[in-house]
Design a protein around this ligand. Structure first.
Ligand code: DC
Length: 222
């Protein structure tokens, strides 16, 4: 039987990766994996347990001793469990978003999470999104996409998303936080956000999410 494909979707925060990866996975009957949720899950645990975010050794030890898994809930939502606790909504808080960068730059943490991600895609049949999926996790994957959009458009999307959830938000503040995250993601010494040389780049600034998903599906079908 033909092995199911691995589809890598990388790009900066707010480029629409999650929604698009979910759409593509649903359409092709593949499993959707949000790798950022794993980094966020560890950041949540570190904050919860008052682990020193500047202690690389303690963070790596914590990562080694953490069980994380995804579960598709009734109704289709994809939830993440850290040591058995459903932290799906907690990992989206501003505090966790802000500190996840500190976790993501620790070599020992990335090593543990890289293995976890490779194991999730071992049998193929996944759409995985993140920052280094095409460059580091599955460098040999056949399908790699790099999603981008202008900083202003990405901030606008995040603003509308949070507003729709009933949160009181400020566009300028969001744009500032996004620029900070971009900078940290791109300048990190280990596995920085970088486009794989063989990735298909899609600029979604003027495209709808459905249009982007359609483009990806067309490539995969070709
Ligand atoms: O995709 P996201 O915004 O949920 O990611 C949260 C953080 O995790 C972000 O600051 C970058 C980091 N991350 C990473 O370093 N490598 C990945 N493969 C995915 C996310």
């Amino acid at each position: 039987m033909k092995k199911k494909p691995i589809i890598c979707i990388d790009g900066p925060a707010g480029a629409g990766k999650s929604t698009i990866a979910r759409m593509v996975a649903r359409e092709l009957g593949l499993v959707y994996v949000d790798s950022g949720a794993l980094y966020r899950g560890l950041a949540w645990k570190a904050l919860e347990n008052h682990v020193n975010l500047h202690d690389a050794w303690a963070l790596a030890e914590m990562a080694k001793n953490t069980k994380m898994n995804f579960k598709t809930m009734e109704g289709g939502g994809n939830h993440i469990f850290v040591d058995g606790t459903d932290v799906t909504s907690q990992i989206r808080s501003e505090r966790v978003s802000f500190h996840t960068n500190e976790i993501a730059k620790v070599k020992g943490v990335r090593k543990v999470l890289n293995e976890m991600q490779k194991a999730l895609g071992k049998k193929g049949g996944v759409v995985m999104e993140g920052r280094d999926i095409g460059t580091r996790i599955f460098p040999k994957a056949k399908y790699k996409f790099f999603l981008d959009a202008s900083p202003l458009e990405r901030a606008r999307r995040r603003f509308l998303e949070l507003k729709a959830k009933g949160r009181r938000v400020n566009l300028e503040k969001i744009a500032h936080a996004l620029a900070q995250r971009d900078y940290k993601d791109k300048t990190r010494g280990i596995s920085p956000l970088r486009q794989a040389p063989d990735a298909v780049v899609i600029d979604s600034t003027r495209l709808s999410l459905a249009q982007v998903a359609k483009r990806i599906l067309k490539f995969v079908a070709a």
